[in-house]
Design a protein around this ligand. Structure first.
Ligand code: EPU
Length: 348
């Protein structure tokens, strides 16, 4: 039997090509891994040399604020397998390094439905559970069964179900109590072999030319419509570096909502089950006149006020600009905007 290939550790590696904001940053040490065995090798190396480990996936929800000390592990695991469940549902296991959108397209081709509203979300499979990716009325957790992960400090392999992942709005246990504690290697989803159309999101129904909640469409049509909306509004990171939505949509309580609506009668808001409402951060930022604004080498996208774009600046410059947006929204609306992507390399 041939020995599995050894990993190659590179020192002072540029991460500019590994983050969709194209921010300059270098990893003290870097390696790419393609299977579980290589991950264990990388973790052994980090343990032996007392290095902090930073996992890296597609890099599309990441702000690199500076250089990264320790070992950056790029998760390049590939593979999609299908486990028949019953005639209506299939369980699909996807390796962490598979591209999210390509996986959505592959599933659609196979007749495995459910992910079409999540078409064209940038990034890889492994990052999807971390922020519980969502768009157009669907979130990853709606189709999630379990994930496989490796404990960075012990190398132990664990399987976590939906409850254990503690999913929330753009949130999971991996952004909270287990922040940077695990490397996610595989995600298992339950998809439907019957079309399961969800067009409860007004912009999507409009793009499909049907009434809200009606389903006179096929999953492929829904996917095409989602792609068209995203392409029209969101900048392609290959052309204009960005990390998607830069802030979460804030939720305000009912008293604050009433005050806000008194002063801003046309403010869009989405009532929440627990009371109060979610306010589009894009609207708040737009009202503060940041849309399309450029500040030095960073700016706000001209078609979507929630997306910050990089014209060649640094992470520090981008975060300072984000801070000025947060200050303006706080000043005018008394709302604290929370940054959505993960920030690495702060104060290093
Ligand atoms: N709006 C403005 N100005 C703008 C853009 C939007 O005022 O420049 C207002 C409009 O009233 C609009 C509302 O904001 O109706 C909501 O905008 P949109 O439907 O584009 O969605 P969003 O709330 O800005 C969220 C997600 C996106 C996801 C879309 C579609 C978050 C933080 N963002 O954006 O997710 O694609 O809904 O479901 O929840 C991401 O997470 O990276 C991301 C792109």
């Amino acid at each position: 039997m041939t020995a599995p290939p050894s990993i190659e550790i590179v020192s002072q590696a540029s991460l500019k090509g590994f983050n969709s904001l194209s921010l300059p940053s270098s990893a003290e040490f870097f390696c790419s891994v393609t299977d579980e065995h290589q991950i264990q090798q990388a973790l052994d190396y980090a343990r032996d040399n007392d290095l902090t480990v930073t996992p890296l996936g597609g890099g599309s929800n990441l702000v690199l604020a500076g250089d990264i000390a320790g070992l950056v592990i790029y998760l390049d695991l590939k593979g999609i397998s299908c486990h028949e469940f019953d005639s209506d549902v299939v369980h699909i296991s996807l390796a962490a390094g598979e591209n999210w959108h390509k996986a959505v397209e592959y599933c659609l081709e196979q007749g495995w439905y459910g992910l079409e509203n999540l078409s064209l979300i940038p990034g890889n499979i492994g990052a999807a559970p971390i922020q519980n990716i969502g768009a157009y009325g669907v979130e990853l957790r709606d189709y999630f069964i379990s994930l496989k992960a490796i404990d960075i400090s012990t190398g132990e392999v664990v399987v976590m179900d939906k409850q254990a992942c503690e999913f929330g709005y753009r949130d999971s246990i991996f952004k909270q109590a287990l922040n940077n504690r695990f490397l996610i290697t595989e995600v298992t989803l339950a998809l439907s072999t019957r079309a399961n159309i969800n067009i409860g999101y007004p912009a999507l129904a409009e793009a499909l030319g049907v009434g809200l909640g009606q389903d006179a469409s096929t999953p492929k049509m829904v996917s095409a419509a989602v792609c068209a909306i995203r392409r029209a509004k969101l900048p392609d990171p290959e052309v204009i570096p960005n990390a998607g939505s830069f802030f979460k949509n804030p939720v305000v309580g009912s008293d604050a909502l009433n005050e806000l609506l008194k002063a801003n009668k046309t403010m869009p808001h989405y009532p929440q089950d627990q009371g109060g409402a979610k306010i589009p951060a894009a609207w708040l930022i737009d009202q503060c006149e940041f849309k399309g604004l450029r500040s030095g080498n960073v700016g706000v996208h001209e078609h979507q006020a929630l997306v910050l774009v990089n014209f060649g600046g640094t992470g520090t410059e981008l975060l300072a600009f984000a801070g000025s947006i947060q200050d303006a929204v706080q000043e005018r609306f008394s709302i604290a905007l929370e940054i959505e992507p993960r920030i690495y390399g702060l104060n290093e």
